[in-house]
Design a protein around this ligand. Structure first.
Ligand code: PLP
Length: 493
């Protein structure tokens, strides 16, 4: 199977090359030429471990990895870094099943992909006879940075450098990053905002003179952001796993449909569900949940994607996004897999901040349902579900839960549903606790952590325990204009 660029039909690469490159030329994304069909029956899948399901799914996409290579990557990724053997357990509350994707090292769903990406990348480098060390450069607004650091820490042949806006991440997120261990890790705060960090990183990526200097010193850049297919493919796995476990527990019968609800930002997680459906998994509706940055809701409602609007800071910051990069893969597909038509639309997005799809393209979006939740609705659903069931969810998952309630009310659809639960409530303790009761408003962070443990009866995760006392290992702060120099110093150039 080959991967083709969404912006150039002539750019085709193998899976391992796509993983290694991350982004295609001219800003395009790599997509599989054809979505493969699941070739194992649910009857068989339902008794498999997470790792076994992962192999059955990933082998269909990453066809130039050998069985041994792929199994090794999976083994190294989904191990005791996760606090449960199930890796992604299903928990039922009210009439819905929550697929908990936050049992990895950094307690957010980014771990599902970022714990395997480093292994896929290193294997890809070997297969393609790359001898340079791979330098991962990342700008982060919070979650991705820590998950990428945890994934790459200690992985031989790699270095990882993370830039974050010094005053633009939560105290827990900052503490998680600056306490990161591992000689190959480097965390830098910048005196600037996330956009400036992102722009600085992009400039380094596309600077041919810097690439040349790097190569001479034995390095090359790569990217760990969510448009890499090495992140997308591992995310398909847990939808297949969830379906099989729903059948195993008797929640649904084999071949019965299951709806999925996904709290969405960059559109990677829900696109993985769409790919799973296209593999033949009986998924019904793909319910796309947004917070007040409801650019996707408006897109599904009108056929126009328009990022010209105010950027709103919400209590679900990982979904505060106005350009959902992975949506391009869906646009390409509903444009009849036409790189030319997709390129035109993306050009319009770049130049005017908006584009409109045709009626014919819209007709192909019938499986998607979009809606959004306000800040009040998000807090209310956390409180309601806690009071009714004792289950406590994080703010991102709550956006999905609130949207699902709207969907049910609007449609009366009684198909069983799985909600992707994307973060531990411990990662957003303050918002979660104040949603439950305003009396928590003025209490210090770690006191709230202990209160959350009492209310939820879920043990404080190791990731949180670790940062209570961990020493700060990364103290570098730089100006936006100094980013390149800081990178060179870290690499000893
Ligand atoms: C990244 C993230 C999301 C959004 O996922 P996308 O794949 O970008 O749509 C939702 N919730 C949490 C907690 C996240 O970290």
């Amino acid at each position: 199977m080959l991967y083709v660029s969404t912006r150039n039909a002539n750019e085709k690469v193998t899976a391992s090359q796509a993983v290694l490159k991350g982004l295609a030329g001219e800003g395009g994304l790599f997509v599989p030429e054809k979505i493969p069909s699941l070739d194992v029956a649910v009857e068989t899948l339902k008794d498999m471990t997470y790792q076994e399901v992962a192999y059955e799914v990933m082998k269909l996409f990453l066809t130039d990895y050998t069985e041994e290579e792929l199994k090794k990557c999976i083994e190294n990724a989904y191990d005791s870094k996760f606090d449960t053997n199930e890796i992604a357990p299903l928990v039922k509350a009210q009439d819905v099943s929550y697929l908990e994707l936050f049992h990895g090292a950094t307690i957010a769903f980014k771990d599902m992909a970022l714990s395997i990406l480093p292994h896929l990348l290193i294997t890809a480098a070997r297969k393609n006879h790359v001898t340079n060390d791979i330098v991962i450069l990342t700008a982060t607004s919070g979650d991705t940075g820590k998950a990428a650091l945890a994934g790459f820490a200690g992985v031989e042949g790699t270095r990882i450098i993370v830039f974050y806006p010094k005053d633009g991440v939560s105290p827990i997120q900052q503490k998680q990053m600056v306490t990161q261990k591992g000689d190959n890790t480097f965390v830098v705060g910048i005196n600037g905002n996330f956009d400036q960090a992102q722009t600085g990183v992009k400039q380094m990526f596309s600077d041919p003179a810097l690439a040349k200097e790097m190569a001479a010193a034995g390095y090359q850049f790569s990217s760990a952001n969510s448009i890499n297919i090495g992140r997308l493919v591992p995310q398909i796995v847990y939808y297949v796993y969830a379906y099989a476990k729903m059948v195993k527990s008797g929640e649904i019968k084999d071949k019965e449909q299951m709806n999925v609800v996904v709290p969405t930002g960059n559109f990677g997680n829900i696109l993985a569900a769409f790919y799973a459906k296209n593999m033949g998994l009986p998924i019904g509706k793909l319910i796309c949940a947004s917070n007040e940055n409801k650019v996707l809701y408006d897109f599904f409602a009108t056929g126009t994607y328009d990022k010209n609007r105010e950027f709103i800071l919400t209590s679900s910051p990982s979904m505060d996004i106005l350009i959902s990069s992975n949506l391009e893969r869906l646009i390409y597909r509903i444009a009849g897999n036409s790189a030319d038509r997709n390129r035109e639309l993306m050009k319009s997005l770049q130049e005017h901040g908006r584009y409109t799809i045709t009626e014919e393209m819209r007709a192909q979006l019938a499986d998607f349902y979009g809606n959004y939740a306000s800040e009040e609705e998000t807090a209310a659903v956390i409180r309601e579900i806690y009071e009714e069931t004792g289950y406590i969810m994080d703010t991102h998952t709550a956006v999905a839960a609130a949207v699902y309630k709207k969907y049910q009310k609007e449609t009366g659809d009684s198909t069983k549903a799985v909600i992707a639960s994307t973060a531990s409530p411990y990662k957003f303790t303050r918002s979660v606790m104040t949603a439950i009761n305003h009396k928590y408003d003025s209490r210090p962070d770690f006191e709230l952590v202990d209160e959350l443990e009492k209310l939820s009866k879920v043990k404080v995760p190791q990731a949180i325990e670790d940062i209570r006392t961990a020493p700060i290992l990364h103290k570098t702060i730089c100006e936006v204009g100094e980013m390149e120099q800081v990178v060179k110093e870290f690499l000893g150039m």
